[in-house]
Design a protein around this ligand. Sequence first.
Ligand code: RP5
Length: 163
Amino acid sequence: MASKPLVGIVIGSASDWEVMRQAARQLKAFGVGYDARALSAHRTPEALIRWVGACEQRGAVCFIAGAGGAAHLAGVVAAHTVLPVLGVPMPSKHLQGLDSLLSTVQMPKGIPVATFAIGEAGAANAALFALAMLAVSDAGLARRLRAWRRKQASSVVATRLPG
Ligand code: RP5
């Protein structure tokens, strides 16, 4: 990644990457740098906390965290930083991500996690939300986001349904 990593992306397992790569792709499409890691709140807690601190020191402005099952990853990241944490519940084997959603969204008062939809839509939207936050102080990025929305709208309008 050429540009400075402004967004820290973390997943609970490399098996989550297929979903979370949607976030990475979205950031890349706008030329926003990120650092992506697989680190677990449960299996590698110390390494996770070290990485959060390192991202902050390198100038990250927010984190996107996605895990499945007993998904404490986003919450644990939020417990160790005051930067915004965007949580993406991963689809899970037994409960289709409902477990991940509830684990991510039901944070105790005082430690917020902005929680997105389960799966790929949530991953892409978390990145779009990160871009929207960056665009508050970056007029060029705001212009490109508006252009991206216009293009998306045109492609919806242009879609012909099969007869
Ligand atoms: C969670 O358990 C991970 O975030 C992943 O969604 C799920 C399965 O992990 P692996 O068994 O593939 O490592 O902690």
